[in-house]
Design a protein around this ligand. Structure first.
Ligand SMILES: Nc1nc2c(ncn2[C@@H]2O[C@H](COP(=O)(O)OP(=O)(O)OP(=O)(O)O)[C@@H](O)[C@H]2O)c(=O)[nH]1
Ligand SMILES: [Mg+2]
Length: 465
């Protein structure tokens, strides 16, 4: 558990904004000796320490030559109320690729060392300014590529997951305390059904909490990770044309020759705030050349990893129709069968479509034209319709993969305890198992900490965060 005492680390500095042309840059500074370092490089009429949390105008100078590098605004945040929990500062200078580097070098020459990626947030965590899931949310917010992802990260940054887990922690603590007090005051053969039932009730409650969170992860995963939509089907059906039409630009080669796409191509779009990764694949057929069959092996792999498969056939040549692949796993990809080239199609599509096993209410197929855009909005609605369902409407609490694993581990411990109690066994190892569950959950918020865990979380950060 992070200490409640402030860790006043050594002085670190980093450029917090992307380098390259830009109006302003921000260089951050945190740790022991912030004010001393500022005195060496920042020259202003107002003493910066006299005006904490206020922008002060001044010159940023080279500490050795005393030459002015830039005119800047600087702000001093005294600890422990600062983001990192320690004395820190920001210097807002002009952007570009030179000025930020010179400002940073001036600070490095004044006693700071270059911060490691994520080190500012790590300090915030070690100073108990953030829990581990909140620290992760910082990185996720910065890396988010869709509104949905950003919304989830923002909720987690507020500590929503830690808060959601609090009652579960409390239940497990209660179970542990009950066991300890009961076992202290009795012989093991006194363990009674009533005691067992009491413990079971608490544990099942906690079990339900974790199951619901994991369920949320399953239904809401796409809001975090995005949706992989694979366009597949026989050669020449118009997969690449559809790919381009959905992307809104000509990314893939389109050609009347079957077998045009050999490799696979990916492109991102954002639909209803959801990150959608479109994948164009090589057409599937049996008599292609070697390159084509290599492409088809890739297609097979893509099909298995898809959240949604859009299976295209050519309405102007219905005799070339290939039936879509069948997935027996209910968690496997969703499938939408599409007839393309409706603009030159031969009338209504043949009715031998197998339909959609999960969604019998959906149309058995869509007719579209990648060329004219007819039916594309409906197709998008179909794709999103699988995921934007009433049960998935609270996606903001969706745990990430690391958190999912910890939840699963915690649940495994609880399941084992519940089972042994239900089998009428004495609670010999129940204490240990409950402790295991608490530890697993503790890794989500950082109550339980190891070097590996810190490495796993903070290695994903960018410099200056
Ligand atoms: N009329 C019409 N032609 C289309 C439509 N979609 C695609 N085509 C044409 O069909 C041919 C094949 O299109 P592609 O998009 O290359 O087909 P593909 O499925 O990617 O083909 P492969 O990569 O070879 O598997 C091209 O000549 C396209 O212009 C459509 O909706 N209407
Ligand atoms: Mg193609």
């Amino acid at each position: 558990m992070p200490s409640s005492q402030n860790v006043n680390g050594d002085l670190i500095a980093a450029i917090a904004t992307p380098t390259g042309p830009g109006a302003v840059c921000v260089v951050r500074l945190s740790g022991q000796g912030v004010t001393t370092a500022l005195q060496a490089v920042f020259k202003s009429k107002t003493k910066i320490e006299a005006k904490p949390r206020t922008m002060v105008f001044g010159n940023l100078v080279d500490p050795i030559s005393q030459k002015t590098i830039d005119q800047v605004l600087a702000v001093y945040f005294p600890g422990p109320g600062a983001f990192t929990g320690e004395d820190s500062a920001e210097i807002h200078g002009h952007g570009g690729s030179t000025v930020p580097r010179l400002i940073l070098e001036a600070l490095l020459a004044s006693g700071a060392r270059l911060a490691r990626p994520g080190e500012f947030t790590l300090r915030a965590f070690l100073n108990s300014r953030l829990s581990l899931d909140q620290a992760e949310a910082v990185a996720e917010l910065v890396a988010s590529q869709s509104e949905a992802e950003a919304a989830i990260a923002a909720r987690h940054l507020e500590g929503a997951l830690a808060k959601k887990l609090e009652p579960t922690f409390a239940k497990l603590m209660e179970a542990a305390a009950f066991l300890t007090s009961e076992l202290d005051f009795m012989d093991e053969d006194e363990w009674s059904e009533a005691r067992s039932d009491h413990l079971l009730a608490i544990l099942k409650d906690a079990q339900g909490d974790l199951e619901r969170l994991l369920e949320l992860r399953m239904t809401g995963r796409v809001f975090r990770d995005g949706l992989r939509v694979v366009l597949a089907g026989p050669p020449n059906a118009g997969k690449s044309s559809l790919f381009n039409a959905l992307l809104g630009r000509d990314r893939a080669l389109v050609n009347p020759m079957p077998g045009t796409t050999r490799d696979y191509l990916e492109g991102y779009v954002s639909w209803s705030g959801l990150k959608v990764e479109l994948v164009d694949t090589a057409g599937l057929r049996e008599d292609g050349d070697e390159l084509e069959s290599q492409g088809q092996a890739l297609t097979q792999r893509e099909l298995e990893q898809a959240e949604v498969i859009v299976w295209l056939n050519d309405l102007s040549k219905p005799e070339t129709r290939m039936p879509p692949p069948v997935f027996s796993n209910p968690n496997g990809p969703k499938l939408i069968e599409v007839w393309n080239k409706a603009d030159i199609g031969l009338g209504p599509p043949p009715a031998e479509n197998p339909g959609h096993p999960d969604h019998p209410e959906k149309p058995y197929y869509r007719t579209i034209s990648a060329l004219t855009g007819q039916g594309l909005d409906g197709l998008k609605q179909d794709i999103l319709g699988f995921f934007l369902t009433p049960t998935s409407l609270n996606p903001e609490l969706v745990p990430n993969l690391r958190q999912q694993k910890a939840l699963e581990e915690g649940l495994d411990y609880i399941n084992a305890t519940v089972k042994s109690l239900e089998d009428g066994q004495a609670p010999d190892i129940a204490s240990l198992e409950i402790k295991g569950a608490l530890e697993a959950l503790g890794r989500i918020t950082g109550r339980v900490l190891t070097e590996d865990l810190l490495e796993e979380v903070f290695s994903r950060f960018c410099l200056g965060k």
